[in-house]
Design a protein around this ligand. Structure first.
Ligand SMILES: Nc1ncnc2c1ncn2[C@@H]1O[C@H](COS(=O)(=O)NC(=O)[C@@H](N)CS)[C@@H](O)[C@H]1O
Ligand SMILES: [Zn+2]
Length: 478
């Protein structure tokens, strides 16, 4: 990649939108110059973050799911089968009309999501209760003709990293348990990225097209808006009836199956970058950092000895499983620090003649800037210990920041004021009319009813004044 000649200055993070856009380029995450709106190009560095992040979701899913891959093209007759689903996607789906110069006799949809590609095959695969539960997932690109403002990693027209799981169960309750399990798995996935998320049950008007209900996990972005970073849907037997997915139960009866589907996308990486970064650039949690440690030789006289020591340290760390590199380019140390801080490398290791005299190395944490000299003889343990400390500290800081920006509100005025900073925790009577009116009045949406806390209290709906025992999260969203 063309090295940044002069050091491009990053706007301060408080100008979040500019900071985010510039950082994607300067840190070489995604190149937004591709000539199709809503399609972006992964730089290799960005792609290695994606590899590490999706390695975690695969690790979690592979415990009791199987990965596979279905075709991208969906014939119109299958796509148009489930009425709710069509209504929800008809404005977003791309169609292929020709093969070369030959018009196709059946229009083909580019999958916006894969229910209508997968479920005709589930109809063939699911025969008996012994085939259940069936839990498959795929990580593919999907296409949605988004009309809202497209943004790299956040709102793409070609979603490049769409992980969608589709499960089949014998009963509604088993499918409901799977939705809970999906949200637990997503919460664990985001914990590994040091990103705290809020799980909540979406209001009916905001559920997935064709679903009985939707539970989502939201992350709070630095600008006070929330980003939906994962969703799990209970599909009831709606799609089973449409696609005739039945199994023979133990009594020999033919029974419609119950299903779920749940997905995350590269928004997971958008949240990771946005929540942990600072004015100097990325701060990568060690678990997913493409480069976990960078060794900077401080070269004056005796440089062979310094370089030899740096290579020894690199080999020792590699043997301990650390993703490490030496920056022995002829740039001055300051511009090396700048480059690797921009790329969010969790630990810098400085080794110069003075360190050598003490057979030590200087460790510098990217998240706090803390410097500490450690003996080279125990460098692997020192480095790995610090990774755990950094990982924990990034998550704790993010949790505190989230907690500090959830505000209990009881009046419309309070909600209006607080949703510009973060998330309002608001009583709601549960009526759609009040929900939509609130949305209208405060310029922010109901995220949903939190699923990770039982919050039975005596409240009054701020719109109609009715007594209610439930409170919901309300926030401006991406
Ligand atoms: N245009 C988009 N760009 C990036 N990510 C998106 C986009 N649209 C949706 N997502 C992400 O993809 C997740 C799943 O999308 S979804 O529509 O909610 N659900 C489905 O498509 C279901 N079939 C489960 S996979 C969302 O929670 C959101 O995090
Ligand atoms: Zn009300």
């Amino acid at each position: 990649m063309a090295e940044q000649e002069k050091e491009a200055a990053l706007p301060p993070k408080e100008n979040f939108s500019e900071w985010y856009n510039d950082l994607l380029q300067v840190a070489e995450i995604m190149d937004v110059r591709y000539p199709v709106k809503g399609s972006y190009v992964w730089y290799p560095f960005g792609f290695s973050i994606r590899r590490n992040v999706y390695g975690i979701i695969r690790e979690l899913l592979d415990k009791d799911h199987q990965e596979t891959m279905f075709p991208l093209l969906i014939p119109e007759n299958e796509f148009m089968k489930e009425a709710e689903h069509i209504k929800g996607f008809e404005d977003e789906v791309y169609w292929v009309l020709n093969g070369g110069t030959t018009p196709l006799d059946v229009k083909l949809a580019l999958r916006p999501t894969s229910e209508t590609a997968i479920y005709p095959m589930y109809r063939l695969w699911v025969r008996s209760h012994a085939d259940l539960p069936l839990k498959l997932y795929q990580i593919v690109n999907t296409f949605r003709y988004e009309t809202k403002h497209t943004r790299p990693l956040i709102r793409l027209r070609e979603i490049t990293s769409f992980k969608e799981a589709h499960t089949v169960h014998a009963t509604w309750d088993e499918a409901a348990a799977q939705v809970d399990e999906a949200i637990r798995l997503y919460s664990e996935f985001y914990r590994r990225l040091a990103v705290p998320v809020l799980p909540s049950k979406r209001p009916n008007w905001d559920k997935f097209p064709g679903a009985d209900y939707t539970v989502a996990v939201d992350a709070l972005m630095p600008d006070g808006k929330t980003l939906q970073v994962g969703t799990a849907h209970h599909l009831g037997d709606n799609f089973a009836k449409t696609f005739d997915i039945k199994y023979e139960d133990v009594a020999g009866e033919q029974v419609y199956a119950h299903q779920t589907c749940y997905g995350v996308s590269e928004r997971s990486i958008a949240a990771l970058i946005s929540i942990h970064g600072d004015d100097k650039g990325l701060i990568m949690p060690p678990e997913v950092a493409p480069v976990q440690a960078v060794i900077i030789p401080i070269l004056f006289k005796k440089s062979e000895a310094v370089l030899a020591a740096c290579n020894d340290v690199k080999e020792t760390l590699e043997a301990a499983g650390v993703r490490v590199t030496i920056d022995d380019s002829d740039k001055r140390p300051g511009s090396k620090y700048y480059k690797w801080e921009m790329k969010g490398v969790p630990l810098r290791i400085e080794i110069g003649p003075r360190d050598l005299e003490k057979e030590a190395a200087m460790l510098v944490r990217r998240d706090t800037g803390e410097k500490e000299q450690v003996p080279i003889s125990s460098i692997a343990n020192e480095v790995i210990e610090r990774f755990a400390v950094i990982q924990f500290s990034l998550l704790e800081n993010a949790k505190e920041n989230l907690k500090a920006r959830i505000f209990d509100c009881n009046t419309v005025e309070e909600i209006k004021e607080k949703v510009s900073e973060g998330i309002a925790h608001v009583p709601w009577c549960g009526e759609e009319k009040c929900g939509l009116e609130m949305d209208e009045e405060v310029g922010a949406g109901i995220l949903g009813i939190p699923t990770d806390q039982d919050d039975e209290g005596n409240y009054k709906c701020p719109m109609c004044g009715k007594d209610t025992s439930i409170r919901v999260y309300v926030a401006k969203t991406y």
